[in-house]
Write a protein that binds this ligand. Structure first.
Ligand code: ADE
Length: 246
């Protein structure tokens, strides 16, 4: 998969050389290109922002550098990537959205700063490529860079071959299938007793059916505690008699 990222702070993306994503780049599973938006400015100060029409606080990113940047990275006569624009006013980013994006061949991330990018940029881009305006949650970051790091990690680990064989995404919180709308329960490793706290005995039993049942119960309980609103989204068809008791 190819990823292009446009930002006024390319140095924000140094972590993409590290760990899973860094390895995926070195093995050729991910082809990441980070671009400095200011390379598409033409004035001495390399200006990327201006005051908002209609007044109000803060600055808005100018359309001209963004237009040139998108034309250069996604030429209008070439195959179109999906443009992903992180913004608190976007649609909520979910595991399902990460999985859809992991199936794309080419993603182009546009990192806004200040009060955002002049709205004509997304409107014009949408005439020639699919666009997703995406929010990480109900809070406001100083810019899209950290949001892109989060999304690239969530998307990257779903690309076949990026996670090792030993790791599996099917038991994750929110994973499609049995874990959809559920939070993953507690996990344990050796030693069996630590500071007088024993690992739940069932996990040492070797009874795989009972362990799966216990894990599902724990996931249901944790979801009820931390995210009760998710329980309403569980598919009633997929609930069994035991689920209803938990
Ligand atoms: N940019 C600023 N705040 C953001 C948020 N909550 N999600 C995604 N991008 C953002």
């Amino acid at each position: 998969m190819r990823l292009d990222i446009i930002s006024i702070f390319p140095e924000y993306f140094a972590p993409l050389d590290v760990s899973l994503i860094g390895k995926a780049r070195r093995t050729g599973l991910l082809d990441v290109h980070v671009h400095d938006l200011r390379s598409w400015t033409h004035d001495r100060h390399r200006t990327v922002d201006d005051t908002p029409y209609g007044g109000g606080p803060g600055m808005v990113m100018k359309p001209e550098p963004w237009g040139e940047a998108l034309d250069a990275v996604a030429p209008p006569d070439g195959p179109a990537p999906r443009l992903v624009v992180p913004t608190p006013s976007g649609r909520p980013f979910t595991q399902a959205m990460a999985a859809e994006m992991a199936a794309e061949e080419h993603l182009l991330f546009a990192c806004g700063r200040y009060e955002g990018i002049d709205s004509r940029v997304v409107a014009e881009a949408a005439t020639r490529m699919p666009v997703s305006e995406v929010s990480l949650g109900d809070f406001v970051l100083a810019g899209g860079e950290v949001a892109v790091l989060v999304m690239v990690e969530a998307i990257g680990r779903l690309i076949p071959g990026v996670l090792g064989n030993a790791e599996s995404v099917t038991d994750d919180s929110f994973a499609p299938g049995a874990m959809e709308s559920l939070l993953e329960g507690p996990v344990y490793t050796k030693p069996p007793v630590w500071r007088d706290r024993a690992v739940p005995e069932i996990l040492l039993s070797g009874n795989h059916g009972a362990i799966a049942r216990w894990r599902r119960d724990q996931a249901l309980r944790r979801t009820a505690q931390h995210r009760p609103e998710l329980l309403g989204r569980l598919d009633p068809e997929k609930l069994d008699k035991h689920d209803r008791k938990v």
